[in-house]
Design a binder for this molecule. Structure first.
Ligand code: PHE
Length: 464
């Protein structure tokens, strides 16, 4: 393989172990951890849901992450090209296509939500929530998302920032920025945690997070936990295949997968810990849903000593987390255009960004002037463009992608090749190999199949 590439320019890649972790953890840690994880934990009653989520991460999430790294590093290619290299003349490359589609749909609405966070940073700086009660803040949020130009303006700003990072390439773009942004994120979240747990009355929120109450755990909760595990770890769409292809041949992939999984989980828990004590201390409903971050929290900050500063920090945290994730999604599309369509990286970045931003504009408009446009999605009735992109990618594309990725490692690739890749040609002892095989051959595909089929209501007779 190496000889084949002798006359090609050297492939860009990560320069350091810390850079790999910052970039991959930066991808995993995002709106999923800080916006979505706390609110679904709130809906399903706290600690018990977290335990179910942790089990999903451990037995399905981490093996699929290692699978993606191994596929990408072995093939040295983007998410679609990897399957073409490893399994030529077979339909496996369709897995990469699912990922490409998922990247496209996720980034289009992700950019819109990230745009809202930029608007909130400015509103926090200008203290525009001052004196507003929960209802008024809710009204302001509703007005923002349903406007025509303001959210599009911020979405474009955010997408331009994303493109700016990706334009720099891997070493001098993605790695360079995530190495600065991820430690920043950690510092901000720890400051917010200290503030939250030292509030009078914080104990109830801490108990909510750590004392399991199994009453609200039903089939739907388990399925949401599994779906969220995929979204949160950036799995099932080739992000980690693409990043894996930039990881050096001497790095220990199993160790990296474990570290990224732990970092993602730790930040989700820290985000919960920054939010629930405050929510409980001010007597606010923990099950507020998706508006928890955009409506409930500004209300909490209004009442909290030092709230002005903490609110600015919080929305900056959200924007940073979103940016290091969005670059990883854009990179999936860019690497594909660049390597498979033979266009320069720069043209690839511009083409991908423009296309995704245009679809994202439609998603943004669908919260306002285009709210009347409803598109059918099997299992979900008819929904607006924004929800369609979100639900279609999270409930169809990611689980399907993850299913085929684990099948590919478990059954498609030669066991010898898988072993060589995870053990660096036998240099590393991989004591987990047996478990990894069971996970990729049986546990992950079966688990994912259950989530997927449940979206079609196949198991309703058991769940009801
Ligand atoms: N993991 C990111 C988050 O939690 C979202 C994401 C999904 C990123 C899929 C890449 C791929 O916000």
């Amino acid at each position: 393989m190496d000889n084949m590439n002798n006359n090609l320019p050297e492939r860009d890649g990560f320069a350091s172990r810390f850079g790999i972790i910052a970039a991959a953890a930066g991808s995993a840690i995002g709106l999923g951890n800080i916006w979505k994880f706390p609110y679904i934990t709130g809906i399903y009653g706290g600690a018990a849901f977290i335990i179910v989520y942790l089990v999903c991460i451990a037995i399905i999430g981490s093996p699929v992450m290692l699978s993606e790294f191994a596929i990408g590093r072995r093939a040295q290619k983007n998410a679609i090209g990897s399957f073409k290299v490893l399994a030529p003349n077979t339909p496996w490359f369709v897995t990469g296509w699912l990922g490409f589609l998922a990247a496209f749909s996720i980034l289009s609405f992700y950019g819109v939500v990230a745009g809202w966070t930029l608007d909130y940073i400015v509103q926090s700086l200008t203290n525009s929530f001052a004196g507003a009660d929960a209802e008024a803040i809710g009204g302001m949020f509703g007005t923002l998302v349903s406007k025509t130009w303001t959210p599009i303006f911020w979405q474009v700003v955010f997408m331009a920032m994303t493109a700016g990072v990706v334009l720099g390439g891997i070493k001098d773009g993605i790695e360079k920025y995530t190495k600065i942004l991820m430690p920043m994120l950690l510092v901000i979240i720890i400051i917010l945690d200290i503030r939250a747990v030292t509030l009078p009355g914080a104990g109830a929120g801490v108990a909510f997070l750590f004392k399991p109450n199994w009453d609200l755990i039903n089939g739907e909760a388990v399925l949401s936990a599994l779906g969220h595990a995929f979204f949160s770890l950036s799995l099932g769409m080739g992000t980690m295949i693409t990043y894996g292809s930039y990881i050096g041949k001497k790095e220990n992939l199993g160790e990296i997968a474990l570290q990224v999984t732990l970092a993602d989980t730790a930040i989700a828990l820290l985000a919960g810990l920054a939010m629930f004590p405050a929510v409980f201390a001010y007597g606010i409903e923990p099950a507020a849903g998706p508006s928890l971050v955009f409506i409930t929290l500004p209300n909490v900050f209004q009442q909290m000593p030092g709230g002005y500063i903490f609110q600015i920090l919080f929305f900056s945290l959200l924007a940073v987390a979103a940016l290091t994730s969005s670059v990883s999604i854009l990179e999936v599309v860019v690497a594909y255009f660049h390597e498979e369509k033979n266009i320069s990286r720069k043209s690839a970045v511009i083409t991908a960004t423009v296309m995704i931003t245009l679809v994202g504009m439609a998603a943004s408009l669908s919260m306002g002037p285009w709210a009347g446009i409803k598109i059918p999605l099997p299992g979900f009735g008819s929904v607006n463009i924004f929800d369609w992109l979100d639900l279609f990618s999270a409930n169809y594309l990611l689980p399907l992608g993850g299913f085929f990725i684990s099948l590919f490692i478990g059954w498609g690739m030669e066991p010898e090749d898988v072993y060589e890749e995870v053990s660096n040609d036998g240099d590393l002892k991989v004591g987990y190999l047996g478990l990894f095989k069971i996970a990729t051959k049986f546990v992950a595909p079966a688990g994912i199949a259950i989530v997927f089929l449940s979206n079609f209501g196949v198991f309703d007779f058991i769940l009801k």
